[in-house]
Design a protein around this ligand. Structure first.
Ligand SMILES: *[C@@H]1O[C@H](CO)[C@@H](O)[C@H](O)[C@H]1NC(C)=O
Ligand SMILES: *[C@@H]1O[C@H](CO)[C@@H](O)[C@H](O)[C@H]1NC(C)=O
Length: 189
């Protein structure tokens, strides 16, 4: 199997005659070129659909509390901070194909209702999006049917992304595990 390297960046590697059009891991000069060329590029819209598995119980939880208030307790869990590395899958079943991971922090930020501050990187590992990420920052009132949260940026194929994530709880159990359906729509270059 022959490999032909044209240019210096991963972006321009041609393997078996097929060029990789998705530019990630570029050096700073290549990033600058890309950035300066942005005004000649067309903005693209991408829709994503996946399930987020927040597993807090059992032998292998993927989300765990890392901080809590020492002198305050509330029904809303105000002040609890959870670090997560939650699987994102194509379907709702636990054994469904993994398409990425939600890596980041969610924290109870409301004293009056259940409302999380979400600061998550959605790190994709599947297909065209492998190696690219979206950054989500928003308020998640978990008892609402639909929670709308801003996508504030992205990397790789999602450079300069802006968009909206809509979360809807698919299932949960009394131990606190939850499966959440995510629809994401982003514009990016
Ligand atoms: C996932 O698990 C269900 C039931 O536990 C099973 O019926 C199904 O075949 C499994 N799917 C895969 C892709 O392994
Ligand atoms: C994603 O990319 C990594 C690193 O380039 C590679 O090892 C992995 O096999 C890829 N996964 C898929 C599903 O394409």
């Amino acid at each position: 199997m022959a490999k032909f390297y044209i240019g210096l960046t991963l972006c321009s590697i041609v393997l078996m005659g097929q060029s990789f059009v998705h530019c990630i891991d570029q050096d700073p000069l290549a990033v600058e070129d890309w950035f300066k060329g942005m005004n000649t590029m067309k903005e693209k819209i991408t829709k994503l659909h996946f399930y987020f598995h927040d597993i807090v119980s059992g032998k292998s939880p993927t989300a765990m509390r890392v901080a809590q208030p020492t002198s305050y307790t509330s029904l809303t869990g105000f002040g609890n901070v959870v670090m997560a590395d939650d699987a994102l899958t194509a379907g709702p079943e636990p054994n469904s194909t993994i398409v990425g991971r939600a890596q980041g922090i969610y924290a109870s930020a409301s004293m009056v209702d259940l409302g999380f501050l979400m600061t998550m990187n959605l790190a994709f590992s599947d297909g065209d999006f492998n190696g690219s990420s979206l950054s989500l920052l928003g308020r998640n009132p978990v008892l609402h049917e639909y929670r709308e949260m801003p996508i504030v940026g992205g990397s790789g194929v999602f450079r300069m992304a802006r968009g909206i994530a809509t979360a809807k709880t698919y299932s949960f159990n009394l131990l606190g595990d939850a499966v959440v359906e995510y629809n994401v729509i982003v514009s990016h270059y």
